[in-house]
Design a protein around this ligand. Structure first.
Ligand code: NI
Length: 184
């Protein structure tokens, strides 16, 4: 790695890239490693515990997560997952979720409470992790982004009605590739 990581622009609800199915990654080259560093850098600067490539305009199957950051401690322990896949899940949990690509909307989402996830790491090795509770929610939320799914898609009819007006307003303002909020 020769350069400093960059802060990437965040794509906002209504941007079509957020609705695309991201492409499998077949080669881990220097370009991908630099992108992974940018993704991690952007995740922390945007105060997130997870960030998926489509959220920064790259339709590839790679996510960064650090579900323990800012909760248990301030120690950064980022995990980059390439081509992640949920191998099994169990249980059920309800968590209030938000998303940097869906600003100012928070809602309770029901998901499996335990997941086993396989992925390829930046060295090209296949890995398997098992999460329960909040980390399991984070990894499912980020993995959804690779399939064009947003957390608001999981809401029930009533909860969806409550956020529909805000979502419609965001969609109306959306321009592909442009962060309508600009830099904070
Ligand atoms: Ni998100």
């Amino acid at each position: 790695m020769t350069r400093e990581p960059k802060l990437l622009d965040i794509r906002i609800y209504g941007d079509h890239i957020l609705r695309q199915t991201a492409a499998e990654i077949s080669e881990i080259d220097d370009e991908l490693k630099e992108f992974a560093a940018d993704l991690v850098h952007t995740m922390y600067l945007r105060d997130g515990v997870g960030l998926a490539a489509p959220q920064v305009g790259v339709s590839k199957r790679i996510i960064a997560i650090d579900p323990f950051w800012g909760r248990d401690n301030d120690k950064r322990d980022p995990l980059v997952m390439i081509n992640p896949a949920i191998e099994s899940y169990a249980g059920e949990t309800e968590t209030e979720e938000g998303c940097i690509s869906v600003p100012e909307i928070y809602a309770k989402v029901t998901r499996p409470s335990e997941v086993r996830v396989s992925y390829t790491d930046l060295d090209g090795e296949t890995q398997m992790v098992q999460y329960a509770g909040f980390p399991a929610v984070v990894v499912q939320h980020e993995l959804d982004h690779l399939n064009g799914v947003l957390f608001t898609d999981h809401l029930g009819t009533l909860a969806k009605l409550q956020v529909l007006r805000k979502l419609k307003a965001m969609e109306k303002l959306a321009v592909d590739g442009v962060n309508i909020r600009g830099e904070d």
